[in-house]
Design a protein around this ligand. Structure first.
Ligand code: ATP
Length: 438
């Protein structure tokens, strides 16, 4: 609801994200641009790792899904065919007194939740961003920033299927930006106006829709578990008849328990042949599929899995945030799965002399060929550990006076704070085994 105050954890996380270089307000020196966010050094690595984890699970690790990267700008007829021009709207109300705008379904009661003023009647507000292509700003040159990546897959499905020689059932995956002029964005990167989606469309014979719908529900649920998300904070929500999008026969959301309540993180939809039928109608092109074995010609059904990369990043951060007391002091850590942690290991010479920085740099350069590494030689080692705990770095490698004698180093693990003493030539294999692969 509009006036609900975000609990403290969100504020704490937002400030940690700023402090440790994960996420900043866009255009901050100009006072910020509402609901747009920039990812800093740690954030860009974390989000990239999450996207790679998705990409590998959805494409590299299986033979039946191909990737695509379609343009953000598409022919305007696409959005007529998809139903977005007609249906992609939210009901909006304005306060006549303070001029604030709200989604009608977010407002309880008849008056403005901010100032108590009178509200206008709800009107439908289209969420697509409109712009003009070329030098002339007239209605013939209107284009839209895509509000979902899915349409770039539908219009290309035969372009992808033919060269890759895939046979139904097969899928097409895409990661890319989407834009929605949300009426009430907020809760940090949970709902912004520019965001990234990770979508996969699975093309199937219509008779198999129930089977593949259930299959993809299970696959997608497990993907979050594989990333270390606490299952107790996840649940399913099935869309009732009044919630179903115009294209969907059946839809389930995976929800996560955010500090501001349970909300969707991913949708799994049975879109039937709605989109292909509409593109046939609007483009006049045949988009049917000929089964090479049975010779049956038909329009495939589509099971869609639609996740947000930014929302997944928020889930990962919230899931990882921990505070604990260590020897009377508060320790803050991001207990990120090492597979997706932005930096895999930090390298610390204990002191800035006696040849320790030189040895540390040698180890750093060696490991940099394999992992994202951070080098830090300033300040007390305890303070350096704390900084890495907050940034979610799973391993800290310290070079001390013993290293100079026997070439061993201390490896400290973030969550347990346990330390191992190992030979520096074994570091690569040691880290590789502990980090795991995906
Ligand atoms: P919501 O009900 O939260 O507006 P939706 O049902 O419109 O979401 P979909 O159209 O199914 O969402 O989009 C798929 C996924 O894209 C969502 O599960 C979410 O992870 C992500 N997403 C959608 N809108 C936004 C947004 N404004 N900001 C960030 N991520 C978004």
């Amino acid at each position: 609801m509009v006036k609900k105050k975000a609990p403290d954890l969100m504020e704490t996380l937002v400030s940690l994200c700023k402090r440790r270089g994960f996420i900043f307000q866009s255009s901050e020196i100009y006072g910020g641009l509402a609901s747009c966010w920039d990812y800093g050094p740690s954030g860009v690595e974390l989000k990239k790792n999450i996207k790679d984890f998705w990409w590998k699970a959805m494409t590299h690790r299986r033979g039946d899904i191909e990737g695509v990267d379609a343009a953000i700008l598409m022919h305007p007829r696409v959005w007529e065919a998809s139903g977005h021009i007609e249906n992609f709207t939210d009901p909006l109300v304005d306060c006549k007194k303070c001029k604030r705008r709200f989604r009608a379904d977010d407002v309880e009661g008849e008056v403005c939740p901010e100032c108590g003023g009178e509200l206008t009647e709800p009107r439908q507000f289209n969420l697509m961003f409109k712009t003009y292509m070329g030098p002339v700003e007239d209605s013939a040159s209107i284009v839209y920033l895509r509000p979902e990546t899915a349409q770039g897959i539908y219009v290309n499905y035969l372009n992808v299927q033919m060269p890759s020689r895939q046979k139904i059932p097969f899928g097409i995956a895409q990661i890319g930006k989407a834009f929605r002029n949300e009426i009430t964005p907020g809760n940090f990167i949970f709902r912004s106006r520019e965001f990234e989606q990770m979508e996969m469309q699975y093309f199937i014979h219509p008779s198999e829709d129930e089977k593949y719908f259930e299959y993809w529900r299970e696959q997608r649920w497990n993907w979050y578990l594989d990333m270390g998300i606490d299952e107790a904070k996840m649940r399913w929500h099935q869309h009732g008849d009044n919630e179903l999008a115009h294209y969907a026969k059946k839809a389930y959301d995976i929800e996560f328990e955010f500090p501001f309540g349970w909300h969707e993180i991913e949708g799994i939809h049975n879109r039937t042949d709605f989109d292909l039928k509409r593109h046939i109608k609007y483009s006049g092109k045949d988009m049917s599929y000929l089964d090479p074995f049975t010779k049956e010609r038909y329009l495939p059904y589509i099971i869609e899995t639609s996740a947000g990369a930014d929302r997944a990043t928020l889930v990962v951060l919230l899931n990882a945030y921990k505070e604990e007391e260590v020897r009377g002091e508060k320790r803050v850590l991001l207990s990120l799965d090492p597979k997706i942690a932005p930096v895999k290991a930090a390298i610390f010479p204990l002191v800035k002399r006696d040849g320790m920085p030189e040895v540390a740099h040698r180890i750093e350069n060696d490991l940099r060929k394999h992992f994202k590494i951070f080098y830090d030689e300033s300040g007390a080692v305890g303070r350096r550990y704390r900084r890495m705990d907050e940034a979610g770095t799973p391993f800290c490698i310290t070079i001390d006076s013993d290293t100079l004698k026997d070439d061993t180093v201390t490896v400290r693990e973030r969550d347990s704070m346990m330390q191992d003493r190992i030979g520096s030539s074994h570091l690569r294999d040691y880290l590789r085994e502990k980090i795991g692969t995906y």
